[in-house]
Design a protein around this ligand. Structure first.
Ligand code: SAM
Length: 320
């Protein structure tokens, strides 16, 4: 996940054209958000961005600083001071074409491979491996480019369910963000009916755009995804479409626990539930909340400190 010291909107206003980069640790990248370095006091402070180029190397992050003019040696020294772990390595400095900062930051989003899926930004269209299910997702206004461990954990969980021979005919991606997880499930089970919902209307706009880019059909029937702006299952269509045989919810531990009664109720007996957005320390409480509603843990996918839980509703309880 990228951490930014300024928002994307602020960054878009910038018109600078020099980029300085150096390796940093995850802790240094996270500290950037509250950065109070002397760089912030410059007349034209650089836009700072951090990224995790390779999720398999979770402590090897990169710090990029976008300057409006060629950075002086003094500015580069201030930058180095933000990443002591780089052990004095000189930052690389390059001239970049004048484009908006959001686009620049997305260039740093390397494609990810998770389970059967390959997720990339438009900058990496030419890198799609022949044997993957590929999605083009532009980082921007919604969460879910595949970079975060919670999203990639869900992609792996979906792939495992498919490999286990699980059949899915009616699915819901609750808290869809960019739409990626709904699209991924639809590619694995192409005849399923799908719904994708989010409490944030912007996410649903973005999902609609991403559906068009990735040739996903929006609508109500088999092989289509129906979109809804909704908090949890508080939407007539989402309730009418229940019971689902697969629900994916990558939200956060707190909302997942609050939603346990309604999400469990919307799941068909024998149906699968993929839960993410929780840290290791929350996994026990989240699983317990769903166990109280007749679900049991099937398996767990662990990406970094973020577990993805795959649960199944007991058949004997039936649809209540
Ligand atoms: C961590 S992002 C996950 C996005 C995407 N599903 C993924 O896996 O990358 C969580 C998303 O859930 C949405 N969300 C949070 N609380 C929600 C709720 N109570 N009901 C529906 N959506 C919610 C947020 O707006 C956000 O888009």
């Amino acid at each position: 996940m990228s951490a930014r010291s300024r928002t994307a909107e602020q960054a878009e206003d910038g018109a600078g054209s020099w980029k300085a980069s150096l390796p940093c640790s995850k802790a240094e990248a996270e500290a950037l958000q509250e950065d109070i370095s002397p760089l912030a006091l410059l007349d034209e402070p650089p836009v700072l961005m951090s990224s995790e180029p390779d999720p398999a190397r979770p402590d090897e992050w990169r710090l990029d600083a976008y300057f409006a003019a060629e950075p002086t040696a003094e500015m580069l020294a201030m930058l180095q001071a933000l990443a002591p772990s780089s052990a004095g390595a000189a930052p690389t400095v390059e001239r970049v074409e004048a484009r908006d900062w959001v686009t620049l930051s997305q260039q740093g989003l390397e494609p990810i491979q998770a389970g059967h899926f390959f997720v990339h930004t438009p900058a990496h269209r030419d890198k799609v491996p022949a044997d993957s299910i590929a999605f083009e997702i532009d980082a921007g206004r919604a969460f879910g480019t595949g970079q975060h461990e919670t999203t990639s954990g869900c992609l792996v969980a979906l792939s495992k369910l498919k490999d286990q021979g699980i059949r899915v005919s009616n699915l819901l991606d609750l808290g869809t963000g960019t739409g990626l997880l709904a699209f991924a499930a639809m590619r694995l089970w192409p005849t399923a009916r799908a719904a994708a919902s989010d409490i944030d209307p912007v996410s649903i706009e973005v999902t609609e755009e991403n559906a068009a880019i990735n040739q996903i059909r929006v609508g109500r029937g088999p092989g289509h995804v129906e979109l809804a702006v909704a908090a949890g299952l508080e939407h007539g269509r989402l309730r009418q479409r229940a019971p689902y045989d697969l629900i994916i919810a990558n939200i956060l531990a707190g909302p997942l626990i609050e939603l346990a009664p309604s999400v469990s109720k919307a799941l068909e007996a024998g149906g699968r539930l993929i839960l993410a957005g929780l840290l290791d320390s929350h996994a026990g409480a989240v699983a317990a909340a769903y166990r109280r509603h007749g679900l049991m843990l099937g398996f767990r996918v662990q990406h970094g400190e973020w577990p993805t839980l795959v649960m199944r509703k007991r058949k004997s309880l039936g649809w209540r």
